[in-house]
Design a protein around this ligand. Structure first.
Ligand SMILES: NC(=O)c1ccc[n+]([C@@H]2O[C@H](COP(=O)([O-])OP(=O)(O)OC[C@H]3O[C@@H](n4cnc5c(N)ncnc54)[C@H](O)[C@@H]3O)[C@@H](O)[C@H]2O)c1
Length: 340
């Protein structure tokens, strides 16, 4: 096992890489432990869970719902959870979002932590304290900003991740390099094959890299009042694609990144050469860059995004590889881009 590395988001909120799920007892400061997980993670890793009550949800986006939250609230009540209880989410982004949401709202907030088990959760979803659930397919439309006490990213757990889930995490890794690190983008370009093979040393390096970038931004702007918006690169269009077509989050984000890169190119801020590098890296990592969903439905979903103002929306555009800006783009302009 590599040496643990600790990223501090706030005085009492840390993300630890290179740490084993077997050392959870060091971090959970309660003997009333309520664990939320999904059935895939449970099937592979239950024997390594710490002692506590376990609630197992169905895997997948449908579980990020008010209905499922209600089931969990009842479970907590039935088993006597109180304000000294601790909620531990062990799973991918769906489990982390649901567990964080329930923990933040039950009895006005219990302490909670995560063990992130998917690549996407390790590089993004479990970091930063956004805990959202969906309503009618509208992503994360109800939720909280509330940081977990800890997130453990144990890359050993990724060995059981189905190959189809790997590329989802790649999309968020690429996003972080596009936002802030040209050199790491280039490094990934040179190591695409190794990354697709899930080389463990490389994965650990990239998990730490993504966390370091996200932690740096979240520390400055926890509630997304300013700079944190840069992390939404690919996510506004991506969420519309996810809602309309039902594809996985990481795949939809990849399509969203292409959209933001194309928009940046059309608006004259991103060169054609850099736009093509963005498309190339995504496709070479096995990610899609276009959606075949109905453009009218996609545009309609876009207009319901949380970030929409009256007739415009704040989007993260690329100045180049490793540099972004927030731009208010009119819905009319976007409509012409989407509907032609
Ligand atoms: N809160 C945030 O800041 C944030 C950021 C990015 C994404 N998200 C959310 O995260 C979700 C996507 O996360 P995800 O891609 O992890 O999806 P997920 O949680 O659905 O996990 C993907 C699949 O992998 C399985 N799985 C997870 N870990 C496994 C393991 N170690 N072994 C075997 N199977 C495993 C799960 O059971 C599931 O079938 C979306 O809902 C997205 O909105 C949230």
């Amino acid at each position: 096992m590599p040496k643990p590395r600790v990223f501090k988001l706030k005085r009492d909120s840390i993300v630890i890489t290179g740490e084993s799920i077997d050392n959870l007892a060091r971090y959970v400061k309660s003997n009333k432990l309520f664990i939320i997980t999904d059935s895939n993670v449970y099937a592979h890793h239950a024997q390594r869970f710490p002692k506590g009550l376990v609630h197992v949800i169905q895997p997948g986006e449908k579980s990020k719902s008010l209905d499922e939250a209600l089931v969990v609230y009842h479970w907590l009540l039935d088993y006597g959870a109180d304000r000294h209880s601790f909620i531990l989410g062990i799973g991918g982004g769906v489990v982390c979002d649901l567990a964080g949401f329930v923990a933040s709202t039950f009895m006005r907030g219990l302490n909670f932590g995560f063990v992130a088990t998917s690549l996407l959760a390790q590089v993004d979803a479990s970091v930063g304290g956004k805990n959202g659930i969906n309503i009618d397919g509208y992503k994360n439309i109800v939720g909280t900003f509330n940081l977990p006490k800890f997130t453990i990213c144990d890359t050993d757990l990724l060995s059981t991740l189905p190959p189809s889930e790997r590329s989802n995490g790649f999309a968020e890794i690429v996003k972080h390099t596009l936002i802030a690190d040209q050199k790491m983008f280039w490094y990934i370009e040179q190591n695409v094959t190794k990354l697709k093979e899930f080389n463990e040393k490389l994965l650990r390096k990239l998990v730490e890299h993504s966390i370091s970038i996200k932690a740096r931004v979240v520390k400055i702007d926890e509630k997304e009042e300013g700079i944190r918006k840069v992390l939404n690169l690919g996510h506004t269009w991506g969420h519309a694609v996810e809602k309309v077509s039902g594809i996985s989050h990481g795949n939809a984000v990849s399509i969203g990144i292409e959209f933001d890169a194309r928009l940046s190119n059309r608006m004259g801020v991103l060169s054609e050469a850099d736009y093509l590098r963005v498309v190339n890296i995504l496709t070479s990592l096995g990610l899609p860059v276009y959606s075949s969903a109905c453009p009218t439905l996609l545009f309609e979903a876009l207009t319901k995004d949380k970030k929409k103002a009256v007739d415009s929306i704040d989007l993260t555009l690329l100045n180049g590889i490793g540099s972004v800006r927030i731009e208010r783009v009119s819905l009319n302009y976007l409509k012409s881009l989407v509907l032609g």
